[in-house]
Design a binder for this molecule. Sequence first.
Ligand code: HPA
Length: 248
Amino acid sequence: MLAIIGGTGLTQLANLKITHRQVMRTPYGEPSGPITFGTINQHEVMFIARHGYGHTIPPHEVNYRANLWALRDQGAQRVITATSVGGIRSDLTPGTLAVPDQIIDYTHGREFTYFDGKDSPVTHIDFTKPYSEKMRQQILTAVKLAGEVCIDGGVHAVAQGPRLETAAEVNRLERDGADMVGMTGMPEASLAKELGLLYGTIAVVVNYAAGRGSSRDAVALETLGAVMKPAMARVRNILEQVVEQDVD
Ligand code: HPA
């Protein structure tokens, strides 16, 4: 089954016919909230709001391990997430959608692995391609079917947050090769891989990254909502197409 993890601005799917909600406990603690199960045009999907349904859990406090564990426990094999980012590359302007194909992880202090070696042998995963190409293609097809456009590919830097970056940090991210910066892509992507889940992300640029464009002197946080609201409505349409294209 397909699971969707909604980020900031996406705590529900409009056309989801909800069948039930499931409160979960996992060996890693509690997920961000109950899992919502439902159908869109008879296609089954499960949904969880990454920051909680009331948007109270900051990026560094999200229990990524519990969220993914719970989704897999309930039968998810594929996971698609929505995440908001700041745009670093000049064509990643606010309102742009992107389907990244690479990650650079700058997070720290998060519970980032299921393979912590306590009662299992040392295990490594290959992470050359952090996103599933199958999921990326499924999103790209859905984007077309929804009559939308997006940027195919891009390097997603994941910062610790919850503060935004300094202008110098964004310059450094750019030198590192990053095109966009968010706060929740890791360890979510690598945990998904550890569990054998196919994982893909649609990133929504909600602001110019610090020091760029209209964020030259400051990121105008009070204006993000105005960009996010219509952009997330577009993402919702795309996700509905993703669900309708999904086959087991
Ligand atoms: N930086 C980090 N995370 C973000 C940003 C940003 O500028 N915008 C939205 N999420």
